[in-house]
Write a protein of this length. Structure first.
Length: 344
């Protein structure tokens, strides 16, 4: 019987995790019960259906409560068979579980996984130090999961201590992009090793998921025109300003606002010093007067002590405070009526 058990264990070891152990345990249970009934005296409570399964579990796990036990020598032999068979099954189970865990961890470290999630952020391309800062920016302002895709030269997960899934392979390969979940991603950042590579990756991402918000970092912003040939919806940002990339990922279109602010003829930015003639004034009064009368927006104020970006409207601004605003034209202090009526 033990010889058959060993042969069975070896045959089943090639099957999926859990099946060999379950098969061995089931085999031992099915064969030991009639054997125990055969060698135990008539009327034995041990072999009753409601008791034997409990005896098998307790004995097989080597706990041995002692509430049920065989009385004959033959019963002791069958009990030994139960112990050996159960230990063989449990050993097989634990070994395969350990192998599975190690294999899963190895696949995660080697970037061989397939991402199952959706609505996440995918960062394609890894540069030591730089990519960590980008992910810090994403994590600081977003709760979305992040997937990092890297080329084959990144041999193992570069950030194993972070809650970031890692996919490794040719980032212009559709199959690799799909493993990274690009087809289900909320947004994708292409942070390539050069601008030619960035363009190629943008083409592939657009093919896999034309609906995702795609951001591409470029060293030469003149190449943005080439990227726009792929799709007008792709947003290009300066490679040397990674913070811009993270902001565009989380707030689509914000780079267009920045570009407009820096473009002559767009929403130009100006400054104005608060004159003493205004007396005591708050930021809210300034914001109201600029907006109501001149279609302008005050962005920040610099006092003698600090720069206040979008401060509370109740913040008091002393004379000499510099206001920074966006408007259609530069204004003189005399044109701004902070007391409620526009000057003539």
């Amino acid at each position: 019987m033990l010889f058959i058990l060993i042969r069975l264990k070896r045959r089943l070891s090639a099957l999926r995790t859990g099946l060999p152990a379950a098969a061995v345990m089931a085999f031992v249970f099915v064969t030991s019960w009639p054997l125990m009934a055969l060698v135990e005296p008539d009327g034995s409570t041990l072999v009753q259906p409601e008791n034997y399964w409990w005896y098998f579990v307790v004995t097989g796990s080597t706990v041995g409560y002692g509430d049920f036990f065989p009385e004959t020598t033959g019963g002791h032999v069958v009990g030994g068979y139960v112990i050996v068979g159960a230990i063989a099954g449990l050993t097989t189970l634990f070994t395969q579980l350990a192998t599975l865990i190690e294999k899963t961890r190895g696949r995660r470290m080697q970037g061989a996984i397939t991402v199952e999630r959706s609505g996440h952020v995918v960062v394609l391309g890894y540069t030591a130090g730089r990519t960590e800062r980008i992910l810090d920016g994403i994590g600081a302002e977003s709760s979305r999961a992040v997937v990092l895709g890297a080329w084959e030269d990144v041999e193992t997960h570069p950030m194993p201590d972070r809650d970031v899934e890692f996919v490794r392979g040719e980032l212009v390969d559709e199959a690799v992009l799909r493993r990274a979940g690009v087809d289900r991603a909320y947004s994708v950042l292409v942070d390539a090793r050069d601008d030619n590579e960035a363009l190629a990756m943008a083409v592939c991402v657009e093919h896999v998921n034309p609906d995702t918000h795609l951001v591409v970092t470029l060293r030469d912003m003149n190449r943005a025109d080439h990227v726009s040939y792929v799709s007008d919806s792709i947003r290009c940002v300066q490679w040397h300003v990674p913070r811009m990339a993270t902001e565009e990922l989380q707030d689509p279109g914000i780079t267009q606002v920045y570009t407009q602010l820096m473009t002559h003829g767009g929403g130009n930015t100006y400054s104005m010093a608060v004159p003493a003639s205004w007396g005591a004034v708050t930021f809210g009064q300034c914001q109201t007067a600029f907006g109501r009368d001149h279609d302008a927006t005050v962005l920040a104020a610099r006092t003698s002590d600090e720069l206040l970006v979008s401060p509370s409207w109740r913040t008091e601004l002393p004379a000499g405070t510099v206001l920074y605003y966006v408007g259609r034209a530069r204004l003189d202090p005399e044109q701004v009526d902070v007391r409620g009526s526009a000057p003539a």
